[in-house]
Design a protein around this ligand. Structure first.
Ligand SMILES: [Zn+2]
Length: 67
């Protein structure tokens, strides 16, 4: 799991980055958005990120743990 870089065609401007979550969710960002996480996603480490759903669950768990 993590971030996979791929280039579906040879044009430098057509870089696609696919972000994959441990839950199986995957979102691809193209071109100028390729270096940014999709909306709501959180980066846990350089090579690991989680989707908006898992990020929300993670925040809930953290809030519960500290309550
Ligand atoms: Zn997820």
């Amino acid at each position: 799991m993590g971030v996979v870089y791929s280039s579906p065609d040879s044009a430098l401007t057509r870089i696609t980055v696919v972000y994959r979550c441990r839950c199986g969710a995957a979102v691809s960002e193209v071109g100028r958005h390729a270096g940014e996480l999709p909306s709501g996603w959180e980066r846990l480490a350089d090579d690991r990120c989680i989707c908006a759903h898992c990020a929300e669950r993670r925040r809930e768990a953290a809030a519960t743990a500290s309550a």
